[in-house]
Design a protein around this ligand. Structure first.
Ligand code: FES
Length: 108
């Protein structure tokens, strides 16, 4: 099922913006002519990704500095270099995006 997130004009380049749709909170990020929609909260310990830094096609969580790919959600940098116990992080959820004209939709 496709649900509308926002319009392209609602987004500023490289600035994550949070939207609540039904009971889901997501972030939309526009980079040049691409739009990514991800979970609003970090898969590590729930940091609010709205405060994350976007760099290239990655987003860095402000809490512990983990970085995730906006394209596939994979953890691409863990500053601690450890992955067990507290350091473990699943990948970030990335939604499949469809753009119809000015409107941005995700598949849920
Ligand atoms: S909560 Fe995001 S890096 Fe830890």
């Amino acid at each position: 099922m496709l649900i509308k997130v926002c319009n392209i004009s609602d987004l500023e380049d490289q600035k994550p913006k949070k939207f609540s749709i039904n009971s889901i909170e997501v972030l939309a990020v526009k980079i040049k002519n691409k739009v990514f929609v991800i979970d609003a909260y970090c898969p590590h310990k729930g940091g609010n990704m709205e405060y994350g830094d976007v760099d290239g096609y990655k987003i860095k969580c402000h809490l512990h500095g983990y970085e995730y790919s906006l394209e596939n959600g994979k953890l691409v940098y863990n500053p601690y270099g450890k992955s067990s116990g507290w350091y473990f992080s699943p990948n970030l959820k990335v939604y499949k995006v469809e753009i119809k004209g000015e409107e941005i939709f995700i598949e849920v």
